[in-house]
Unconditional design. Sequence first.
Length: 288
Amino acid sequence: AACGGTLRGPEGTFSSPNYPSAYPPNALCVWHIEVAPGLGIQLRVEAFSVEGTASCLFDRLELYEEPSADGSTGAPARGGMARFCGHQLPPVLTSSRHVMTVLFVADEGVADDGFFATYQARNATEKTCSPAEFSCGNGECRALESMCDGWHDCPDSTDELNCTGVSYPAFESVCEPLEVEMCLGLSYNTTSFPNIWLAIPDQAGAAEVLQDYQTLMELACYQHLRPLICSLFVPKCTPDGGVLQPCRAVCLSAEQRCQQSLGLLGILWPINCNILPDSRDPVECFQP
């Protein structure tokens, strides 16, 4: 089903393909929302039911606030992106600029009812937060549980000020020794957390999620299957403390070679390879 496109005007609506019926597999929809310059965009998701996992790796709705001319961004959350899955309604989000991008991704597996959303132009300085939210320094609203959770959810990082006893590592983590047992002995031995793509706070969280992929990792269909899965959940750390996602070509090769084996087990390929970096440069993405 067709989806995505450019939405202009002071208000509008959009939804996942086929809504209110189930969305199709392998969906990739991108909406660019534009209102008059000088205004912000208030986005409200009215209905939401998307396959949910702890990492929102498979099906998800992502919101991006586009950078301004000087390269800065008043991001909805987490470095320019807010990601949602499951059945809980996302909070109402108001951008600080007049443009926003919304992405909906679905893999080959379980389909759900999807979402229906509305948007309207708002004066960016007139933002009110609900009782379940707190106000960032610039007036944007975030869920209360976002305070002191180790993520910089506010563009100005005010949600992480004056925090004590926080168990999550700082966003600007340096490299740390790789300790997840399922991923030991790879071509790299350091990682860095939190995992900003899958919203995993630390290695213990990654090890817990990886238990669901043990059967997949033990298949002999592709020699680099274990490094591929590990580099998604326990990414390789670069010398400057950054991390690398696996290269798209590696993921596509694994998908092609393992589909038959997975089919015999009644398991669908779990990764949407198209969201990974389309590069073979080891500086831009990880190659086993």
